[in-house]
Design a protein around this ligand. Structure first.
Ligand SMILES: [Zn+2]
Ligand SMILES: [Zn+2]
Length: 765
């Protein structure tokens, strides 16, 4: 008499070859039964000997398909159906799907082997894939994940593909995007409006164009790239000019790991990230300068090929290091639709290598770094999105709209927090459009009833995301303070709801409880109790408001207004221009001048004093310039940043910077003493607060903590204090992580507070 049991598996288990894996495993263990994709994961029914069922479950847990992530397995006894064999059943449409959609996967070794085998049906086929690899999120139109619900629905399979698709022993069994050159889409090369080559010829011709110094728009998984030879300075210069991108670094795609290690210094941690399934862009120190690729930057962003097309391009003789930058102009979002790409990029690209398979949604390359406290995600998109990043104790759905810069949104369904791909800067129309689309996309995909929805947005009344939030249907709409959301994201990632921490939130700008611009904040509290502001950077004037972020001298004028005995800053070595004088006038007459505690602006101000007096052409440029300057010095003497009455007083620090500058001290050494001073001052405040509140854990988040040197300094200064340091690992420390933090604070009912905290004087006591 056979036993039977039901096994429910949750996590990333659909679209990753899980059902064929289960089928083979059942056969190997002589079990009958069935498997299907349910609305909440994979449902399995097993019949056979007890011992065999146990072996099945153990093997499934310990050796699941490489692209899957099992979060939960439930095994229960079930009535025996006296089945004779094991079968795969049709997917079932559940009431509300909470399955985890798999992120896109890089082409696997088996598919690559076939792709380069002249005797294989898919020889040199740029869309080769199987259940272990290939597109997922970027081709899924709706759930459940079946071919009719993907962008492959217009290509019916031929007999060859169909036979593989139906054979449970085959690697392509139920691989939804399966195709071959006979039945599937392919790539075509267009030049000057005409189709000039198709298939392998198009790939070969593209490789030639790249070798000749051309710029080609190439369709990838989640959008178009603009590619050119990274070792060709005039191609790089032409790309910058046509793309209106003066200084922001370009990412490189290296042919393989050997080529990558000749370009950059790969630590073992960085290599793990580079070859990980997400195949992100990894920021690493460059071995030498590639002219025009990353000006004024010691680091380089490098990635490896992840689509069959990219491997084919290198095999066809393309330069072994390619600039591969998002196809857009300036900081607009990446192009992903063919007609739009042809229109928007006509002045930028010499040719277009267009793949026929449509992209369901825009998904940029992700950007990561192996940091002082472990891996840091700077842009979370392809390869990561839309996996769940946290579990929250809330039943009703929550939609968190994030911040306006580096926007992402988070949707919480049955307590699972799904964070969207990177959407970008909402001040651009295209990005805003993408923002509204992504909201609709996630709400539809997870079939959310908006009558029950808790909607949260930033407390900044003028944010585009805030204003859009007011137009969306919801049961309740609330605001969450920006810097608390940063810290909440760190705790939410770890599932630490009750843990009390001292939280440092250092950022560019964010709307504070008192209506001023915050950004140098230290809080005490937990997700459950909420966060109270306990200390902050001394407030400075911010002439011109958020616009000051673009001009470091403008930010400097606000801090310098509080410094006595200033030298004439329009003279050498400072050479501040008219913008400084104008900003000073605004402050004197209190016109368009705000109050700020922004740590980001403090870094800008010091960069200005050390020579960065021009306009910043991308977000964070002056701070990155300053960090790299500081790295050239090994001096560890900090400038003073004392803490008094909850105020981190920047005045002694500015006195020291100005004096050393007048004395002719090297700007690298000054930059280093400044960074060390910020670290030392912050650590002093942290230690005091941990002591007075009996807290042993510190969380660090906010855009300023993308500064690796600051993290390294804080780590070394905190070493002797036996404090635990937590940073973000699953979502970015910059505003890309805000939506998760908003969702977490909303879960515990901590909405925007308008009064400043009574704890503010705690340090004084
Ligand atoms: Zn494969
Ligand atoms: Zn076929």
């Amino acid at each position: 008499m056979a036993n039977a049991c039901s096994v429910r598996v949750r996590g990333v288990v659909q679209g990753v070859g899980f059902r064929p894996f289960v089928y083979r495993l059942a056969h190997a263990n002589s079990l009958a039964g069935w498997v299907f994709n349910g609305g909440q994961g994979v449902e399995i029914h097993l019949e056979g000997a007890e011992r065999d069922m146990e072996a099945f479950v153990q093997e499934m847990r310990s050796n699941p398909p490489s692209a899957s992530t099992i979060s939960e397995v439930e095994v229960e006894p079930a009535p025996c159906e006296d089945l004779k064999e094991f079968s795969i059943r049709e997917s079932q449409h559940a009431e509300r799907p909470t399955v985890h959609v798999s992120p896109d996967l890089p082409v696997c070794e088996d598919c690559l082997k076939e792709c380069f085998d002249p005797s294989n049906q898919r020889y040199r086929y740029p869309y080769i894939n199987c259940t272990n690899c290939g597109p997922r999120y970027s081709v899924i139109i709706s759930l459940p994940y079946d071919r009719d619900n993907t962008t492959m629905r217009d290509w019916p399979m031929d007999a060859y593909c169909d036979a593989e698709y139906r054979d449970p022993a085959n690697r392509r069994f139920h691989a939804q995007p399966v195709a071959c050159p006979t039945c599937g889409p392919n790539f075509a090369l267009r030049q000057k409006g005409a189709l000039v080559a198709y298939g392998w010829n198009a790939i070969k011709r593209t490789a030639e164009l790249l070798c000749e110094g051309g710029i080609v728009a190439i369709k990838g998984l989640g959008g178009y790239h603009l590619a050119c030879d990274a070792r060709n300075p005039s191609a790089n210069a032409a790309l910058r000019e046509r793309k209106f991108r003066r200084e922001k670094p370009f990412a490189i795609m290296a042919k393989d790991i050997e080529v990558a290690s000749r370009l950059v210094l790969l630590t073992p941690d960085a290599e793990v990230l580079l070859t990980s399934l997400a195949r992100p862009i990894v920021i690493v120190p460059a071995r030498f300068e590639l002219k025009g690729v990353a000006p004024d930057n010691h680091d380089l962003g490098v990635m490896l090929p992840y689509t069959p097309l990219q491997h084919l391009l290198f095999a066809a003789g393309a330069p072994e290091a390619l600039v591969m930058t998002s196809a857009n102009r300036s900081s607009e979002p990446i192009s992903y639709e063919d007609a739009d790409a042809l229109k928007r990029l006509s002045g930028t690209a010499d040719a277009f290598l267009i793949g026929e398979r449509p992209i369901a949604r825009r998904v940029d390359d992700s950007i990561v770094r192996a940091g002082a406290f472990g891996p840091v995600i700077l842009r979370r998109s392809r390869g990561y999105a839309p996996s769940a990043v946290a579990t929250l104790p809330i039943k009703r759905p929550v939609l968190a709209l994030g911040a306006d810069l580096k926007n992402t949104i988070t949707l919480v369904v049955d307590g699972q927090a799904f964070i969207s791909q990177h959407i970008g800067d909402l001040s651009h129309y295209q990005a805003f459009h993408s923002f509204t689309e992504t909201i609709q996309d996630l709400i539809a995909m997870y079939d959310i009833d908006t009558r029950d929805l808790l909607l949260v947005h930033d407390s900044h009344p003028q944010y585009v995301s805030t204003c859009h939030g007011a137009t969306l249907p919801a049961n309740e709409t609330r605001a969450i303070q920006h810097h608390r959301a940063h810290l909440a994201s760190v705790l939410a990632e770890r599932g630490e709801w009750a843990k009390r921490i001292v939280g440092v939130s250092f950022d560019g700008t964010g709307f504070g409880d008192d209506g001023s611009i915050w950004g140098g904040e230290i809080f005490v509290g937990s997700l459950e109790s909420g966060f109270e502001r306990a200390a902050h950077l001394r407030a400075a004037a911010l002439p011109g408001g958020d616009g000051a972020a673009q001009y470091p001298v403008q930010a400097a004028s606000g801090f310098l207004a509080q410094i006595d005995g200033l030298p004439d800053l329009t003279q050498p070595p400072f050479n501040f221009g008219s913008r400084y004088r104008d900003a000073t006038q605004l402050i004197c007459h209190e016109v368009r001048t705000f109050s700020t505690t922004s740590m980001g602006r403090l870094f800008d101000a010091v960069a200005a004093l050390l020579g960065f007096v021009r306009e910043s052409t991308f977000e964070g440029q002056a701070a990155i310039w300053l960090e790299h300057l500081a790295r050239n010095s090994s001096n560890l003497d900090p400038y003073p940043l004392p803490i008094t009455g909850g105020d981190l007083d920047f005045r002694p620090l500015f006195h020291a910077v100005i004096q050393d500058r007048l004395l002719g001290r090297s700007i690298s050494e000054i930059a280093r003493s400044f960074q060390r001073g910020v670290a030392a001052g912050s650590v002093q405040a942290i230690v005091q607060l941990c002591h007075s509140h009996v807290i042993d854990t510190v969380a660090l988040s906010g855009g300023v903590f993308q500064n690796e040197l600051l993290l390294e300094d804080m780590r070394s200064l905190l070493e002797s204090h036996q404090l635990e340091i937590w940073t973000n690992h699953l979502v970015p420390p910059n505003d890309g992580g805000i939506s998760l933090g908003q969702a977490a604070l909303a879960t515990f009912g901590h909405f925007n507070e308008t009064k400043s905290s009574s704890l503010e004087g705690a340090l004084h006591a």
